[in-house]
Design a protein around this ligand. Structure first.
Ligand code: DCP
Ligand code: CA
Ligand code: CA
Length: 365
């Protein structure tokens, strides 16, 4: 059966999350910034929406430069809040994971997936599944994304890149060479500026030229392994499979409180959304936990945790809410200052890891 590989990437991710939270900023240039704190404007742009990109403002641009380029354009600058984007990312990944054979997360806003079985090797069916994935991400999270489908990871990634923003590109196996051909080598997955420079020095600029390049020459320049990958990627025959990510050993969610407080009831109320995210994550991964921890980051940025380990694995986080509340009450009793950020962590995970415990293994039922 023909391999059917997909790649999904969310559009202007951090900035899009901010737009969803505050739709009134949609038509203005939106910059998510990492402020380094030395002066008011020191730091860089983490990402920008497409409105801002029209004026040459994108990831990595210093905030001062961005402000100058957007003078008179009414830009919105927002402080980057990673935990928020991670939580959205987790939900999106779970949503997509449920619609594909295998999912391999490759970054906070992107993943490879395999559709070979569910599409039965058929690219028309794969296209339908990809459309449904896009719709579900839009319906459930209000986010737009771009998807590429092709016969290898490198082709799928180039597809989503080319489809951006908001598109879907299906590269039929027979059309792979013509799709890849004229592209600049720097656009290939895994090819950075350094590799590009070396390729240029060898007179190789396009993917087609790389596909035709002499193997021995590439091996001298890059070594056997990278040379083989480059050659395969350029001809769309890279054979690396989509691998489910390693099962993590813990999950956590941390939020910033609206006001510094140590009131456990108030903390629990503000944590409700995060707690629900964590609960759903465990459910969708069919994972239970034995250890529950409450985390508090104080106003002086020191961190304190209190943990409780249950006799038997817990499936539903909401069923132990009293314990979570109790742990925050303990943290509150010992606190000599307010909490700024709070979180819940679950660890000692079991289930869905496809790994039996040693005792189960030794005593087959
Ligand atoms: N990011 C960052 N610094 C960078 C590049 C990216 O902090 N130099 C963060 C912010 C992005 C996120 O990672 O929102 C995802 O990166 P992408 O490269 O996928 O870029 P975007 O999603 O922002 O935009 P695009 O629509 O081009 O995918
Ligand atoms: Ca992206
Ligand atoms: Ca990305």
């Amino acid at each position: 059966m023909a391999r059917v590989i997909g790649h999904v990437d969310l559009d202007y991710f951090y900035a899009q999350v901010e737009e969803i939270e505050n739709p009134s900023i949609r038509d203005r240039p939106v910059l998510v910034c990492v402020f380094s704190g030395r002066t008011e404007d020191s730091g860089v742009v983490s990402t920008a929406n497409y409105r801002a990109r029209e004026f040459g403002v994108s990831s990595g641009v210093p905030i001062v430069v961005a402000k100058r380029r957007l003078q008179g354009k009414d830009p919105v600058l927002i402080r980057m809040e990673l935990a928020k984007y991670e939580s959205v990312s987790d939900r999106v990944m779970e949503l997509i994971r449920s619609q594909v054979d295998v999912l391999e997360q490759a970054g906070i806003d992107e993943a490879f997936f395999d559709l070979t079985k569910s599409a039965r090797g058929d690219y028309g069916s794969a296209s339908e599944i990809a459309k449904r994935i896009k719709e579900s991400v839009l319906n459930d999270e209000h986010l737009t994304c771009s998807i590429g489908i092709g016969r290898s990871k490198a082709v799928a990634k180039l597809g989503s890149d080319t489809a951006k923003p908001g598109g879907l590109i299906v590269v039929l196996p027979d059309l792979t060479e013509s799709f890849l051909g004229k592209m600049d080598v720097i656009r290939l997955y895994g090819v950075g500026p350094k590799t590009t420079d070396t390729l240029r020095s060898l007179g190789i600029r396009t993917v087609a030229e790389l596909a035709r390049a002499d193997t021995a020459t590439l091996e001298v320049a890059f070594g056997k392994k990278l040379a083989a990958y480059l050659h395969a990627a350029a001809s769309g025959t890279d054979s690396d499979s989509v691998k489910e990510n390693q099962a993590p050993s813990q999950f956590s969610r941390i939020i910033t409180l609206k006001d510094d407080t140590t009131d456990p009831e108030e903390v629990m109320a503000q944590l409700a959304g995060a707690e629900n995210d964590l609960r759903n994550k465990l459910v969708s991964r069919n994972t239970s936990f034995r250890t529950l921890s409450a985390i508090a980051i104080m106003t002086d940025l020191s961190t304190k945790t209190r943990s409780k380990t249950f006799e038997t694995p817990v499936k539903d986080l909401s069923s132990v809410r009293n314990s979570t509340l109790e742990l925050f009450a303990q943290l509150s009793d010992s606190a000599d200052r307010g909490f700024r950020r709070v979180g819940i962590r679950v660890s000692d995970l079991t289930g869905n890891q496809d790994q039996k415990s040693l005792s189960e293994f030794l005593q087959p039922s």
